[in-house]
Design a binder for this molecule. Structure first.
Ligand code: ADP
Ligand code: MG
Length: 567
């Protein structure tokens, strides 16, 4: 194998050659402490940067094995190292010429702790994946700069961010234990009859709509009302207390600007773990929770929305409903049915982003517009059936309509950012002020029929390329010649998830999408493969920018592909 000196010599020889000559350095190099692998070399200084890996044997990295011996701990440690490497890379990264010359970077990360391909802890070594902008002057190679980057800066980075001896042992331990506790808590929820838990002392508000870090100064820490308080004895942290939200139908009520949506948002992202200091590290939610909202304009492919929508104008079918341009209520209906198809167990709805006519239909409106003139059966008449027929719970932010008191098991009121249990009071009020509306939901929710997606309707190719995928932030992905808009799929928290989802759709098409497999069967297989074999099965060579996603977000992306056809 070539070594560090060979690489340096080659780079110096390449100085001033045309940029393409960099292709020559692809390969493996033995450094004193690690192996450097150059997987992909960019074609010009402005193209997306080159991809490299370093593999550091455990004897060198030297992490005590208890820091990565379980899956939970391994993900926590890898996440910690990703963050360290990110900081260190930002420090050493510097402009070294045209385009992205000099860039050293790792995948973008947020507040969640997720399985990612940026750092992998394998049996023999720790592997880190980076992108580097190979330096150029104009379109000529800067060999000296490149040698400095790859042969000096990279080893410095490795020393700083990937060796146990140079890292903060206490912090690592804390990260690993925090994540382990959160995973443990999430696992306990079902047997305790809960769908979510928010620990006392949690900080739920964020700095701003574009800054997901915790609000610092004016933040009011969360404190459970006594009626809903539960205790857990965590493996690391020991005894903690907080609010448990039971299974069934729960309302979050309260005045405007009192913290309702902030609480729901924390519950939404409670399907993921968060770094210590985030404020939501002990907020955990049933992992099969899915945020439901109205999303007018989305496309829908052959969904049976008849539990909610019937008798549309022009006799349009609602048992096999397709449209390139859904309304607020039909989109929300489809979002629910698709979530159920993917086996969601908890629906999260916020009045801020729900369609009013989907949520309520009061007595006066029932009088004015007869049932046979209104295609929509409102959610209020279906939400209990979801629980009794399918065991699917709902948490609903609803400050605007007391009609829901009749169907709620729990009513939590937010008052000055603190929760109160107003269940009894709401039930008294429901008795005292009967609303006398006519229930319109029938006896049962209705059936969920899994769809079979057709392979020919899923085409990732564009022009001469068989597969063209490109991710724009967390809300859009280019899939062949289609754009998939995921702006309304709110539990996608990192762009890397979307990158992985796009590749997973291609993977699913090649492996499992045929004339027979239903969407739930396809989800089961894809997620099973990822669990067993890791995210690397999704790409042709090891990439550092893939992040684990849930079955629900995979289904959401597939469902929003505008060419999708189903049987
Ligand atoms: P609602 O949905 O009840 O109208 P929001 O959840 O949108 O209210 O919160 C309103 C504002 O209050 C937001 O700017 C939010 O960041 C802030 N906020 C929410 N919870 C807290 C809290 N616990 N401490 C301080 N500020 C908070
Ligand atoms: Mg709100």
């Amino acid at each position: 194998m070539n070594n560090q000196d060979n690489l340096r010599q080659r780079l110096l020889q390449l100085d001033d050659s045309s940029y393409r000559a960099y292709k020559d350095i692809k390969g493996n190099y033995k450094f004193p402490d690690f192996t450097l692998i150059i997987d992909r070399v960019q074609g010009d200084p402005f193209a997306s940067p080159s991809q490299i890996r370093v593999q550091l044997p455990h004897v060198v990295a030297n992490f005590p094995s208890n820091l990565y011996q379980t899956r939970s701990r391994e993900i926590a440690l890898a996440d910690y190292l990703t963050r360290q490497l990110d900081h260190a890379a930002m420090e050493v990264s510097s402009r070294r010429g045209t385009g992205n010359s000099g860039l050293i970077a790792i995948t973008q990360i947020g507040q969640s702790v997720l399985e990612r391909t940026s750092i992998l802890i394998k049996d023999e070594f720790v592997e880190a994946r980076l992108v580097v902008g190979l330096p150029a002057r104009g379109r000529r190679i800067s060999g000296y700069q490149a040698a400095e980057m790859l042969c000096e800066d990279i080893p410095k980075l490795v020393d700083k961010a990937l060796k146990y001896q140079s890292l903060n042992h206490k912090q690592i331990q804390w990260q690993v234990e925090t994540i382990e506790d959160a995973d443990w808590l999430r696992q306990q929820l079902a047997q305790r009859g809960l769908v979510a838990f928010i620990a006392n002392g949690s900080i739920l508000p964020r700095r701003s709509g574009v800054d997901d870090r915790p609000l610092v100064e004016e933040a009011v820490a969360f404190q459970s009302p006594t009626q809903l308080q539960v205790e857990f004895n965590c493996p690391n942290r020991g005894l903690i207390k907080g609010m448990g939200i039971p299974v069934g139908v729960s309302l979050i009520v309260g005045g405007g600007y009192h913290g309702k949506s902030t609480l729901l948002r924390a519950i939404e992202v409670g399907v993921y773990n968060h770094i210590p200091g985030d404020g939501r590290e002990l907020v955990v939610t049933n992992p099969a929770a899915f945020k439901i909202r109205a999303e007018d304009g989305r496309s829908i492919a052959g969904v049976d929305i008849s539990p909610f929508i019937n008798q549309l104008p022009q006799g349009r079918s609602t048992t096999n409903f397709s449209t390139p341009n859904a309304s607020g209520s039909t989109s929300q209906a489809a979002n629910i049915i698709e979530a159920l198809e993917a086996d969601a167990q908890l629906l999260l709805v916020d009045e801020d982003t729900a369609a009013t006519n989907f949520m309520i239909r009061d007595r006066r409106m029932q009088q004015l517009i007869a049932k046979d003139k209104e295609p929509i059966t409102p959610f209020i008449d279906k939400v209990r059936q979801l629980y009794t027929d399918y065991g699917v719970s709902t948490i609903l932010v609803m400050g605007g309509s007391g009609d829901y008191f009749d169907v709620a098991d729990n009513v939590i009121a937010m008052e000055n950012f603190q929760p109160k249990d107003l269940t009894e009071k709401a039930q008294e009020i429901a008795q005292q002020y009967r609303i006398e509306r006519t229930p319109e939901g029938g006896k049962h929710f209705g059936s969920i029929t899994p769809r079979v997606p057709l392979a020919e309707s899923i085409d990732p190719s564009r022009g001469k390329r068989d597969v063209k995928l490109k991710v724009r932030n967390v809300d859009q992905v280019v899939f062949g010649s289609e754009d998939i808009d995921l702006g309304a799929v709110e539990q996608i928290v990192e762009a890397g998830q979307l990158r992985a989802i796009a590749s997973a759709i291609v993977y699913a098409k090649n492996q499992y999408i045929n004339e027979h497999n239903t969407i739930p069967e396809i989800l089961e297989r894809v997620m099973g493969d990822l669990e067993l074999l890791g995210l690397d099965i999704l790409t042709s060579f090891p990439e550092g920018n893939l992040v684990k996603f849930r079955r629900f977000e995979f289904a959401a992306a597939l469902n929003r592909l505008r060419t999708l056809k189903v049987r």
